[in-house]
Design a protein around this ligand. Structure first.
Ligand SMILES: NC(=O)C1=CN([C@@H]2O[C@H](COP(=O)(O)OP(=O)(O)OC[C@H]3O[C@@H](n4cnc5c(N)ncnc54)[C@H](OP(=O)(O)O)[C@@H]3O)[C@@H](O)[C@H]2O)C=CC1
Ligand SMILES: O=C(O)C1=N[C@H](C(=O)O)C[C@H](O)C1
Length: 244
């Protein structure tokens, strides 16, 4: 495949060697400094665009690619208030759009474990769900996209919950509501991504965690998604890929 890396920061650079090892070519590497090149690329020379940029730039980037007829594998987080608009554009253009808040296989197994644990906890209202996510200090959005997906998995399966809230970092202002999942976002050093889901009662705690050791898992998953989306039209997620 001829791949455009749209966003050539930490993730674009982690994806490049994996794509090359798997026999693909990089048609272009686009960042904020050469973004206009995207408009000038020969449309037929691109098989797929892998988009890992920033919350502010993702929507325009995705629109440009769908307009140009290119399948998009997007990993950028923090733009999902525009999701319906993007999905409509994808349908109008009969294009392909693949989105995952997290491309790592381990995290996608963790998403399933999280839903299973939530189902178990449905009959135990004395346990209160909360989450912590920890990422590197350059991360722009909070809570992480992965934390929001985990919260959605809890909400789908625990009818007594009515939403999620950001946990203030000021420990004096602890969230005490039992009907919302509090998400604490910590930014520390170069942490690639840690997610913890816990259920606390007055007497104990049940906790599950996913700890990424590097960006390798995210990057491999994105390249596998780019391979999988070839020849398909529609809006896709990691569940489509894993269940195929
Ligand atoms: N779904 C998943 O599995 C994962 C998702 N992510 C998400 O991916 C995104 C990128 O992460 P990361 O690589 O760490 O971020 P970086 O900040 O390291 O890189 C962002 C890149 O996007 C570029 N960029 C900024 N604006 C534009 C634009 N208008 N057009 C094209 N490129 C642009 C930046 O260019 P410049 O340097 O010139 O500003 C830079 O190359 C984040 O939203 C992050 O949360 C991260 C890891 C895994
Ligand atoms: O910004 C990051 O680094 C990451 N972002 C994604 C998210 O917001 O969930 C995925 C991963 O945790 C790394």
């Amino acid at each position: 495949m001829n791949i455009v890396l749209l966003g050539y920061g930490k993730m674009g650079k982690a994806i490049e060697p994996i794509a090359l090892e798997r026999g693909h070519q990089i048609a272009a590497r686009i960042d904020a400094t050469n973004r206009t090149e995207l408009e000038t690329l020969d449309a037929d020379s691109v098989d797929v665009v892998i988009e890992f940029s920033s919350p502010e730039s993702a929507v325009e980037n995705i629109k440009t690619c769908l307009e140009r007829g290119w399948p998009v594998v997007c990993g950028t987080t923090g733009w999902l208030s525009h999701r319906t608009e993007i999905e409509q554009l994808c349908a109008d253009k009969k294009g392909a759009f693949f989105y995952a808040s997290n491309y790592s296989i381990g995290v996608n197994l963790f998403f399933r474990l999280n839903k299973t644990l939530a189902k178990f906890m449905r009959n135990y209202p004395s346990y209160h769900a909360s989450m912590t996510e920890i990422h590197h200090t350059e991360k722009k959005d909070a809570p992480s996209g992965t934390a929001i997906t985990l919260a959605e998995g809890l909400l789908e399966n625990l009818p007594n919950l009515n939403g999620w809230v950001e946990q203030p970092t000021d420990k004096q202002a602890q969230i005490t509501s039992t009907d919302a999942v509090a998400i604490e976002s910590l930014r520390e050093g170069t942490v690639p991504g840690t997610h913890i889901v816990r259920f606390d009662s007055d007497v104990d705690r049940i906790e599950i965690a996913h700890i990424a050791h590097s960006r390798q898992g995210f990057a491999v998953g994105a390249v596998v998604a780019a391979e999988w989306v070839q020849g398909r039209t529609g809006v896709f997620s990691m569940d489509d890929l894993l269940d195929a």
